[in-house]
Ligand binder design. Sequence first.
Ligand code: ATP
Ligand code: MG
Length: 406
Amino acid sequence: MRVRIALVHYHEIGLKGRNRGQFERRLEENLRWALCGISGVDVARVASRVLVRMPDTADHDAVAAIAAATPGVSYVAIGREAAATPEAIAAAALEAMREARERTPGAATFAVDSRRSATTYTEDSMAMNRRVGEVLRCESGLSVDLGAPDITVWIAVVQANAYVWTRRVEGVGGLPVGTSGAVVALLSAGIDSPVAAWRIMRRGASVIAVHFSGRPQTAAHSEHYVTEIAHVLAHTGGMERLYIVPFGDVQRRIALDAPEDLRVILYRRFMLRMAERIAEREDARALVTGESLGQVASQTLDNVAAISTAASMPVLRPLIGSDKQEIIAEAVAIGTYDLSIASTDDCCTLFMPRRPQTHAMPGEAEMAEAGLDVDELVTMALAGAEAVDLPTAVKRGRRKAGPRVR
Ligand code: ATP
Ligand code: MG
C-alpha cells in the first residue's frame, strides 16, 4: 500500500511582496498544530506545498477537512505518494482510478493532468499524460475526455516522489494566521462579530477577543455563549485569548448621568476604549467590530463616526459593506450561527433608550461624556476583567493571563 497523503496547496499570488519563507513556515506550523490530535500524521514542506503524510488507518477525510479550514489554504488534494519512477506512477494512478470509480460508479470518461517540478525526472508532463492515460484507458475501459472528464487523475512529480490524487477539497483561502500581527476583536454573542473576527483571522491576524457582559446588572448567560463561540473560532488556530469584562455598572452610570438618546453610542465608545487598553497590553495593532452600515440605528455613518473618535487605534469593520444574508451564510459556514441565535441577550439590552439617536452630531458624544469620569469607569470595569486562554497555533511571546488590565 502506498502512503496516503493530503497535499496542501496555497495561492502563490498571495505571496507577492511578502516574505515567502515566513509564510510557508507559518502555514506548515499551523497545519501541524491543527492536526496534532490525529495520530500518525506527519507534516512537512515540499516545493511550494505542505505535505501531510498519514497511515491508511487515519481518517483522511477529517484530515482534509481540518487542513481545508486552515487560513492560507487554497485546496487540499487527497491521494497517495509513490516513488518518482514511470512504473510506480502508473501503479499509483491505477489505484487512484479504482478508488475514484468506486466513488463515482457512473463515470465514463477521464483525463490525466500531470505536473513535473522535479528536474531529475526526465519524462515531461505531456509524455506522462499520454503514457499514464493509455495505461488507465486499457485497464478501465473508460474513454479520455480532456474537456469535462468525470474523473481527473492529477499527478505531481516533486523531488524524489510523485503524488497522485483524484479528489480535492477547496480551502478557505486567505493567509496563515500569525503573518499579519494581532488585533483585538469586540465579540458579542450575536451573529455579526464572530464573522468579523473570522474575516480578519482569515487575512492572517491573530485575534484577542473582548466580550462585555451585563454583569453585575444582569446574569452571565452571554458569557457562556461567547466562550463557546470563541472555542469554535479557535479551531483555526487564530484565537489567542478571550477577555470578559463586566460592563453592567458602566452602563448604569451612563444611564444615570448622560442623555438618554446617546446611551448606545456611549456604551460603544466605552467598549472601544477598554478594547484599546487591552490591545495595548496585548501588543495588538487594531480593533475589530461587526458593524455593518445601516444595519441598526447605531450603525449609521454619523454614529459610526461618533463612536470611532473614542479610539486612537484603527477600528476595522470587515462587515461594513456586507448584507445580513451574506453574514448569516458565513456564520453558518464557520459554525457560529447556532450558538449566536441560541444566545440570550448580552449587555446590549440593558438600559436601552426609548428613542436612540440615529444621527449623532460631531462633538455631541464628547459633550455627553463631560459629566462622567471616563478614566475611572474604564479602569473600574477592566479591574473586573477575566481572561480565558484559548488553544492557539500562534505563540507571540504570550503574556501571562493576568486578569487585571491597567
Ligand atoms: P453583533 O451581531 O456582532 O452582536 P449587532 O448587529 O448586535 O452586532 P451592535 O449591537 O450595534 O450590532 O454592535 C456592534 C458591534 O459592537 C458588534 O458587532 C461587536 O463588535 C460590538 N459589540 C456589541 N456588543 C458587544 C458586547 N456585548 N461585547 C463585545 N462587543 C460588542
Ligand atoms: Mg449584538
